[in-house]
Design a protein around this ligand. Structure first.
Ligand code: NDP
Ligand code: MG
Length: 389
């Protein structure tokens, strides 16, 4: 029986993970569940999954969580705050951690799971963008089993020789090709993007996701973060990673070998496939995902990304080439820019502009170790916030 901590249980990935877990009560149990502020949603999940521990990240909400658990007669323990998340991820309560918190807020718990040698299902791509070297080092030291959940990286993982993660870019490989849907504004010119609203940006044509990653998909920053994620997971240098726009989101990514062979992983755009694959790996289990009807689909299209209309992808490549401080900066500036955009304080085109300004100012900083990177992360956030104001 796998005992699974679902961190970010109330989110889009958390919900998909719990859906897969619920399909296999003999195999999987949710032993720890967490949320940020949605106490009622967390309580509903506790009633259904009966975890040993429930964590609310916002400490002010702990009394409401405790009261709610008591009122429901549940013997689930309650805890609060970032430290509780970190401790639970590394504790005996779980052997598997689904890292599904959004943003750099997920970094410490992700690192703790890696250091404690858990099976780590990584959805929280921001943590690997902020501290890729530290995370991969923690995975090695802890003897953890990192299995990507991001659909592109799950595809690459499934197409690469095993072990695929943390073993470097093998000599038989030529390229990793990450597919991108192109987001809701694919095909539009830059000057057509200035009046985009948050709701338009969050209406993704193929995937249903949280609001932050939806905006990232619309700006193509999501693909930029994923390029950096692929670099760390699979040891691929920047020049061996390519992005190809594939509007149907059926081919989730491809690996090209030196002999000209290309392996791809296909499936309907449903995150439960990648989650079930990572939970059961190397076995395969039912995920509730319907079969792909290739005849009905008829065709698969591919085109190059437009980095003029969507400069975030270019900025991410530049940051990756510049080094780890630049990618920390890229992520922090992007988190502030996206939240500014969602709050109506920044236009859609202001997102790459703000990130580029932060990169100019901070990317040359040298920061050794986790605390220094987190300090850089804070300084970039403060600077970006000040620019918004
Ligand atoms: P959601 O916004 O839907 O969910 C985020 C979850 O994290 C919620 O449970 C939320 O709690 C919790 N959370 C938010 N902020 C904090 C915080 N500061 N501290 C602790 N917990 C917090 O996001 P998604 O599920 O869409 O995405 C989660 C991660 O997975 C992101 O890194 C994203 O890039 C990645 N990902 C998502 C995909 C998708 O299809 N959605 C695909 C591939 C990767 P609450 O509900 O209380 O706010
Ligand atoms: Mg993805």
């Amino acid at each position: 029986m796998r005992r699974i901590a679902v961190l970010g249980a109330t989110g889009s990935i958390g919900t998909s993970a719990l859906d897969v877990i619920a399909r296999h009560p003999q195999r999987f149990a949710a032993s720890v569940l967490s949320a940020h502020t949605q106490v009622d949603a967390l309580l509903t999940l506790c009633e259904r999954f009966r975890p040993a521990l429930a964590i609310i990240a916002d400490p002010a909400l702990l009394p409401r969580l405790e009261q709610g658990l008591r009122a429901r007669g549940l013997n689930t323990d309650a805890a609060a705050g970032p430290l509780a998340l970190e401790q639970a991820a590394g504790s005996e309560l779980c052997d598997t951690v689904v890292a599904a918190i959004v943003g750099a807020a997920g970094l410490r718990s992700t690192l703790a799971a890696a250091e404690a040698g858990k099976r780590l299902l990584l959805a929280n791509k921001e943590s690997i963008v902020v501290a890729g070297a530290l995370l991969m080092d923690a995975v090695r030291r802890g003897g953890a089993e990192l299995i990507p959940v991001d659909s592109e990286h799950s595809a690459l993982f499934q197409c690469l020789p095993q072990p695929a993660v943390g073993t470097g870019f093998g000599p038989g490989l030529r390229r990793l090709l990450l597919t991108a849907s192109g987001g809701p504004f694919r095909g539009r010119r830059r000057d057509e993007l200035s009046r985009i609203t948050p709701d338009q940006a969050c209406a993704h044509p193929n995937w249903s996701m949280g609001r932050k990653i939806s905006v990232d998909s619309a700006t193509l920053m999501n693909k930029g973060l994923e390029v950096i994620e692929a670099h760390w997971l699979f040891g691929a240098p920047a020049e061996r990673i390519e992005v190809v726009v594939h509007p149907q989101s059926i081919v989730h990514s491809l690996v090209e070998y030196l002999d000209g062979s290309m392996l791809a992983q296909l499936g309907p755009p449903d995150m439960r496939t990648a989650i079930a694959c990572a939970l059961a790996w190397p076995q395969r289990v039912e995920a509730g995902v319907s079969s792909l009807d290739l005849i009905r689909l008829g065709r698969l299209d591919f085109e190059p990304p437009d980095t003029d209309a969507f400069p975030c992808l270019r900025l991410a490549f530049e940051a990756m080439r510049a080094g780890p401080e630049a990618t920390t900066c890229l992520n922090a500036a992007n988190e502030i820019a996206v939240s500014g955009f969602l709050q109506g304080r920044l236009g859609f085109l202001g997102i790459p502009a703000l990130i580029e300004r932060c990169l100019h100012r901070f990317a040359g900083d040298r920061s050794d170790g986790l605390e220094a990177l987190l300090d850089l992360d804070r300084r970039v956030r403060d600077h970006a916030e000040a620019q918004l104001a």
